[in-house]
Design a protein around this ligand. Structure first.
Ligand code: 4AZ
Length: 231
């Protein structure tokens, strides 16, 4: 379900560049972050692959037909609110878009919350300590869900945090998402099923003490998401 969302300027015939992550929900639908959506660009998604630079046999590359940004998405200097969007993929001459395979699966949704302290997994091609332009290889990191109470502490993010978002990571600093991971999945496991719980959204730096990653709170958007999946 991990997707690479790639763009190039509208009308260009040049290469597409990775710009965000995404999450496959259905054959023709991808969930991502609203702040990943730009106008004046062509978008495609790449699924099934691990290495962005190599053609791999399980790669599927599909154009994006249209983007739906949440109507209450808001960007302020301190936070991104309701940072969620859906991408409808192009059906070429087939009855489907992404084809399910060993390497391409859809993610599950739930509005049942996970407890704070649960260890979940965030993944992407974003910036690492040693690769400032992002990694070619898809990687993942463990992160702990952090309660709103702890993350709203004045020395963490204070009152800019609302219920459209939550924090995950380590208040002592450590594993975190970073630039280029935005739009990608934070998944948690329950009874052998992996659920998308968060969409990588923002944070003050990466991996720093008292500045954990902030994620769009997918559970709060399940109704909004299903409304668009059904329409
Ligand atoms: C970014 O710039 C970004 N540490 C993504 C995630 C985080 C910070 C920044 C979380 O896209």
């Amino acid at each position: 379900w991990q997707v690479s969302l790639q763009t190039r300027p509208k009308g260009s015939s040049g290469p597409f560049n990775h710009m965000c992550g995404g999450i496959l929900l259905e054959s023709c639908w991808v969930l991502t972050a609203a702040h990943c959506i730009e106008s004046e660009v062509e978008m495609q998604v790449m699924l099934g692959g691990v290495d962005l630079e190599k053609d791999e046999i399980y790669d599927q590359v599909i154009r994006v037909e249209k983007a739906i940004v949440h109507e209450n998405y808001k960007k302020t200097p301190s936070a991104l609110y309701n940072d969620i969007a859906m991408l409808q993929l192009k059906v070429m001459d087939r009855p489907y878009c992404a084809k399910e395979s060993r390497y391409v699966k859809t993610a599950c949704l739930t509005n049942q919350p996970f407890n704070s302290g649960t260890e979940c997994v965030v993944s992407g091609w974003g910036v690492t300590e040693t690769q400032k332009k992002g990694t070619n290889q898809l990687i993942q990191a463990p992160v702990l869900l952090i309660s709103q109470e702890k993350c709203k502490a004045p020395n963490v993010y204070g009152d800019v945090l609302d219920d459209s978002m939550f924090c995950a990571g380590y208040l002592r600093g450590g594993p975190d998402s970073c630039q280029g991971d935005s739009g990608g999945p934070l998944v948690c496991e329950r009874n052998g099923t992996h659920y998308v719980v968060g969409v990588v959204s923002w944070g003050d730096g990466c991996g720093m003490k008292n500045k954990p990653g902030v994620y769009a709170n997918v559970g709060r958007f399940v109704d909004w998401i299903t409304r668009h999946l059904l329409s």
